[in-house]
Design a protein around this ligand. Structure first.
Ligand code: SAM
Length: 468
């Protein structure tokens, strides 16, 4: 059967979409290729958040097409995801070797189209149309049994975004917010747990907006908090995470959930974007610096070890030295555990792209470097402060940095490397932190506690198909 290689750019939502496509293709007998070399089908799952991400995917495709011209059987080439949605047919016009362009609401049609293209029933497919209930379609997971089974999994709970921040292309690439149903999501989490998964990350473009239309507020709880409660009740699941949220979504109900729901991990991602009220307003963020700081205080009051991470944009149009200083001072005040810093990239059709006073590129670079140094200093101090402490980790598997070691994650989302073995995979264990590196902790070999073993995955019934 043909082999397929999928290269993923961008966020966790894209990773999840790629996994769903890979699972679909495997179910039809395709093989997954570890690289593009020798693959019969190569798909690039693209990101549009910044121009840089788009250019990387376009140049990769040009290379693939160029290499294919010297091959007897060139691979079938396709684009999927956000850039496929926003650029559509243009991608196939610019690069005629591209035979598949699949928009964000059509991910689940990938296998059908690839079958048709390989069989010669179609020569080229460009499908970027909207599709009702496409949010329900991202549910297939790669089968995993025995050793190597994943302990953590992404679960897509919604698609789209109604926030319309002035810098952001996502509402144009992912469409209006659409949520899945709570029973459907819970069934997927149950299925994952039956395969040995112990931690799920609930995914959405603005995940905290889950169910805004579909689930009215009940006893003061938003649809998202109702979902968290339903997932908390899944037996055998140890931890719940979610991304990417919006600060506006952290109402009293969600803040309270961190104190109340034992499985909800102590990590709040809180994208701030800027520390200046002037910019926050022009970005259309819907909160002020003071309101944001208040949120951080309330979140940290729920747990001693609550990690707060963020996204920040430097060089938004009109950002003055004073605005930037406000961002620096906000970072100092919050003492973020980690931050993703983005250089502003003008995106087509977004209001910010035509705002006056663009910041010169060299100034963006300078501000980026200053902010990065600050964030690294703050984050490193947090890591150092954990040396000598005992932390609970969920063991995920061999370390990606050092294959002779194992790694797990703390509840507040820090990687800990320790001298473990396969028998630790999927277990919650307590380790003493011996030392801290850059964004990694190293655990004491003396494992203080190991919870009782769970049944092996093979002892669970195979439940691949989810109820309709
Ligand atoms: N939930 C997030 C929020 O509250 O904004 C949105 C996640 S967004 C898809 C990921 C991050 O990309 C944003 O938080 C922002 O920092 C960054 N981003 C989006 N558009 C950008 C642009 N035009 N230039 C640079 N960074 C951008």
């Amino acid at each position: 059967m043909p082999s397929v290689f999928i290269k993923t750019y961008g966020c966790q939502m894209n990773e999840r979409d790629s996994e769903a496509v890979a699972a679909q293709l495997l179910a039809r007998g395709y093989r997954l290729s570890p690289s593009e070399h020798g693959a019969d089908v190569v798909l690039l799952n693209t990101c549009s958040v910044r121009d840089f991400a788009e250019q990387k995917a376009i140049s990769k495709m040009q290379n693939l097409a160029g290499a294919g011209r010297h091959q007897d059987r060139p691979p079938l080439l396709g684009f999927m995801g956000c850039m496929a949605q926003s650029r559509g047919v243009q991608l196939a016009t610019d690069q005629p070797e591209v035979r598949l362009v699949l928009g964000t609401q059509k991910i689940h049609r990938a296998a059908d189209y690839i079958d048709d293209l390989l069989a010669g029933r179609q020569q080229q497919v460009v499908d970027t149309a909207e599709e009702a209930r496409s949010q329900d379609a991202i549910r297939d997971h790669l089968p995993a049994a025995g050793a190597g089974r994943p302990v953590t999994a992404f679960v897509s709970i919604m698609q789209g975004c109604n926030q319309h921040c002035t810098f952001c292309i996502v509402p144009f690439t992912r469409g209006e917010e659409r949520s899945r149903t709570i029973p459907d999501i819970v069934a997927e989490v149950n299925m994952l747990v039956s395969r040995g998964v112990r931690e799920v990350t609930l995914l959405g473009q603005i995940v905290t907006s889950f169910g805004r239309r579909e689930y009215p507020v009940l006893a003061g709880k938003s649809g998202f908090v109702q979902l968290l409660e339903a997932v908390q009740a899944v037996e055998g699941l140890d931890r719940i995470r979610f991304t990417s949220p919006h600060p506006k979504g952290y109402g009293e109900d969600l803040i309270g959930a961190f104190g109340r729901l034992s499985k909800l991990a102590e990590h709040a991602h809180l994208p701030v974007q800027s520390g200046s009220d002037t910019l926050l307003k022009r970005m259309h963020r819907g909160y002020t610096r003071e309101r944001y700081l208040d949120l951080v205080r309330k979140l940290r009051a729920t747990h001693e070890q609550m990690a707060v991470t963020t996204d920040i944009i430097v060089g938004f149009p009109g950002e003055t030295d004073e605005d930037f200083e406000r961002t620096l001072s906000l970072c100092e005040e919050v003492a973020f555990d980690q931050a993703y810093i983005f250089k502003y990239s003008p995106r087509r059709d977004t209001p910010a792209a035509s705002m006056p006073n663009p910041v010169p590129q060299d100034l963006i670079e300078e501000r980026h470097a200053r902010l990065l140094a600050l964030i690294n200093r703050l984050a490193s101090a947090k890591y150092q402060s954990l040396v000598g402490k005992t932390v609970e980790i969920l063991v995920e598997g061999p370390s990606r940095k050092n294959a002779t070691r194992f790694e797990g994650r703390t509840r507040d989302n820090r990687i800990v490397i320790f001298p473990g073995s396969e028998r630790h995979r999927g277990h919650l264990i307590r380790v003493r932190v011996e030392r801290a590196g850059a964004f990694t902790l190293y655990g004491d070999p003396a494992i203080l506690g190991l919870e009782p073993p769970r049944p092996a995955v093979s002892e669970f019934p195979e439940r691949d198909a989810l109820p309709a």
